[in-house]
Write a protein that binds this ligand. Structure first.
Ligand SMILES: Cc1cc2nc3c(=O)[nH]c(=O)nc-3n(C[C@H](O)[C@H](O)[C@H](O)COP(=O)(O)OP(=O)(O)OC[C@H]3O[C@@H](n4cnc5c(N)ncnc54)[C@H](O)[C@@H]3O)c2cc1C
Length: 466
């Protein structure tokens, strides 16, 4: 039945591609993690640790096992690269279908998002202090990890993946599963091993072609994110702010953020306001909050005996998680999420060991400080009190788990994929997952990955007809 397609990786992109192609092609999915559980990978961090919590995982469904399913499109006004702008514009018609596959079941996501934007921005215009407007991140309340259609043949716990290359095509993918070596013949191969996994798979493919390419995995970007301060709004604006921050629409919630821009609009960032009880701006408390969520078993129990547990902001967080209710307050935490540009950060494999060489450059820190100073100025007229750390160091920021940029795309000779996501050095290989996202302003990447996955699946369907 149809062309033989091998998809490597069953995360967000891989699952959506398999489910879309299953009726048209003979699909085999190869996943390095287990079918019914997840594994948290070991990572060697060269400079900065990504976060205290796991930022990706292996297993059926990939990182959708961990995610919060927040959906937001990239605003193409924020994109600098002409090539990637065109790719995003071309993928836009897939937004509703992608959002529906990602559990948004309330009609056209595009229409709902546009309507929310106009409502929230009309509200913010009343305050006349946010020049770049407000963006909306939509969370469907009911969601699960992504699951595969029963027609997809899935092979799990695979190791030692490798490729048989003949001429300019991959003929077969070889692997070990349950201690046995095996292989699958392929007309088309799709690499969807995620921002962290794909560089390792691409390195194997490039080695199998006999070519060399020095920089696989270079260009890694994430969203540096952190709580940077508190603000207590004046009584007369606090009601507007409360409505501006979060809209509960029954089956979904929109969490809204103030858009921020650097000089010449080169970098974007955003700030969410989250209810808090005190004006303390204490990095230790933010780190404690984050690690409390990350630890389990004895480690979590030990943390529970820390006096920090009784800090009112921690108690408010625990209350909100247990009872799903935010204590009413005019005081808010400021959660800052910033853009990174592709540069020298890199993800690579030393044998089987995954190494992540991530940091936030001095130039980026200077830009973030400038944006935070601007935010402070914007809030001045609205607030009774502001306590923002504007001269933040790297220590204040960690990964928002949006691993991107590790597969270069474009027209330059050394770019790995073209705008159709096809690997340039081979005829029948494509890459689709977070790794192909070249710029992501401050935006959670899941919806964009879904749109790119459906766009690629359409191209493969057309190839399958040939
Ligand atoms: C706690 C948390 C919350 C998040 N919340 C959101 C959110 O609200 N909204 C949002 O948009 N995003 C969110 N994300 C990010 C989102 O989950 C990821 O961007 C998304 O899952 C990435 O999809 P992907 O297909 O690129 O990779 P993944 O989903 O990570 O899938 C990659 C798959 O490839 C497999 N793999 C890796 N290497 C190999 C190999 N060598 N061979 C075979 N298989 C391999 C992995 O096991 C995995 O199954 C969140 C992430 C985390 C950690």
């Amino acid at each position: 039945m149809g062309k033989k397609v091998a998809v490597i990786g069953s995360g967000l992109a891989g699952s959506m591609i398999c489910n879309e192609l299953v009726k048209h092609c003979d699909i085999t999915l190869l996943e390095r993690g287990p079918r019914d559980s997840i594994q948290i990978p070991l990572v060697k961090f060269i400079k900065k640790k990504l976060a205290e919590v796991p930022t990706f995982c292996y297993g059926a469904g990939g990182t959708t096992n961990l995610w919060h399913n927040g959906l937001i499109p990239i605003n193409t006004d924020d994109i600098g690269s002409k090539n990637f702008f065109e790719v995003l514009t071309d993928a836009r018609p897939y937004m509703d279908q992608a959002a529906s596959a990602l559990f948004f079941k309330n009609g056209s996501f595009t229409a709902v998002h546009d309507k929310l934007l106009s409502e929230v921005n009309a509200l913010s215009d009343k305050l006349s202090v946010f020049p770049h407007g407000i963006d909306c991140l939509i969370y469907p309340k009911k969601f699960t990890k992504l699951n595969l259609d029963t027609g997809v043949k899935g092979i799990y716990d695979i190791e030692h993946i490798d490729f048989v290359v003949e001429g300019n095509r991959i003929k077969a993918v070889t692997y070990t599963a349950n201690g046995r070596q095996d292989s699958v013949a392929a007309d088309i191969v799709v690499i969807s091993a995620g921002g962290m996994g794909t560089p390792g798979v691409l390195q194997k493919i490039i080695d199998a072609t006999g070519n060399s390419y020095g920089d696989v995995g270079l260009g890694f970007i994430d969203h540096p994110m952190g709580f940077v301060g508190k603000v207590r709004f004046k009584k007369d604006v606090s009601k507007v702010i409360k409505n501006l921050c979060s809209y509960d629409k029954g089956e979904y919630v929109s969490r809204n953020a103030v858009r921020l821009k650097s000089k010449c609009n080169r970098y974007s960032a955003c700030a969410f306001f989250r209810p808090a009880l005190t004006m303390d701006n204490n990095l230790d408390i933010y780190k404690y909050k984050s690690s409390l969520g990350a630890d389990s078993g004895m480690a979590r129990l030990k943390k529970a005996f820390s006096p920090k547990l009784f800090h009112p902001d921690i108690l408010a967080e625990i209350f909100a998680r247990i009872f799903g209710f935010n204590i009413p307050s005019k005081t808010y935490n400021i959660l800052f999420i910033a853009e990174q540009k592709r540069g020298n950060n890199r993800v690579y494999y030393d044998g089987d060991e995954l190494k992540v060489d991530w940091s936030i450059s001095d130039e980026e820190l200077a830009i973030y400080r400038e944006m935070l100073n601007n935010l402070k100025k914007m809030l001045t007229g609205l607030a009774d009190e502001i306590n923002i750390k504007t001269d933040i160091t790297e220590d204040w920021l960690w990964s928002a788990a949006h691993h991107s940029g590790t597969t270069s795309m474009g027209n330059a000779e050394d770019d790995l994929v073209d705008s159709d996501l096809k690997l340039k050095c081979l005829e029948n290989v494509s890459v689709c997952d977070g790794s192909v996202i070249q710029e992501h302003s401050y935006v959670n990447t899941g919806l964009t990955i879904g749109m790119l996955a459906l766009r690629l699946a359409d191209r493969i369907k057309n190839m399958a007809k040939e």
